[in-house]
Design a protein around this ligand. Sequence first.
Ligand code: NAD
Ligand code: ZN
Length: 251
Amino acid sequence: MELLPKDSLEQIRNARSLVFLTGAGISHESGIPTFRGEGGLWKNFKAEDLATPKAFQNNPELVWEWYDFRREICKNANPNPGHLTIAKWQKKSNFVSLITQNVDGLHPRSGSPSLLELHGNIFRARCTKCSEKFHLVDDGLDHSGLKYCKYCESLLRPDIVWFGEEYDQNLLTKSWELCKQSQVVFVIGTSANVSVPANLALTAIRNGALGIEINPEETNLTLSMKHHFGGKSGEVLPKIWNELFPNESLE
Ligand code: NAD
Ligand code: ZN
């Protein structure tokens, strides 16, 4: 059975700017727990109790322990057909942009040539004093527990945008521009509880983009979308690709 009607297929094929907005759900099939779904709790802590500046101030060991644990999961996970379809699409057309809330590094590992990581990256740390950034694996800091700056010896923190923190202005401006101009927006695996990503999607829709949501559940954004596919992104995205580009295999 066809997923998309003919007019939407045409609209997507003819679009000259397309944006993918992804959240934790796209990595769920790779075995990475979402915060709110099953497996989201860690030692009875909620993410909201750990991913905050206050939590880090009170107990940096505990916060690092949680990120070290999550980083190991990300290292051992592999991109799934959802990530791979987006990467292939970006390589095929240079007007396909990707904005993610994920910090797991699976989009770059799937070969995506360009990516805006709104919430940071779990493989990076940042100095609490001099703001220097480090790649935990490449810089030899990929051990458990507290980590210190090679330059000023101050404590490092995960290079993640925590609850209540400001976004990187540069990334945000680029993301607004892309969404304003987009003719098609795919919103994938995000509960749309965080207001910035939800507003990015709405900005695209209000500026005339065709909205397509892929999420097993309905969200606050569902009613604003032209299409909602209530399935897993690793299954729905390859099907959409095959409908759009029947002569171009995903393999
Ligand atoms: P979220 O709010 O983005 O919600 C996850 C959504 O994914 C839910 O709506 C769920 O229905 C949907 N989903 C589940 N399985 C799916 C699938 N197979 N295909 C498509 N959709 C699916 O995520 P959250 O877990 O509540 O996290 C909120 C914040 O925490 C995000 O900003 C994110 O950056 C961060 N986070 C990141 C990761 C990661 O990098 N993988 C993991 C957990 C949390
Ligand atoms: Zn420093």
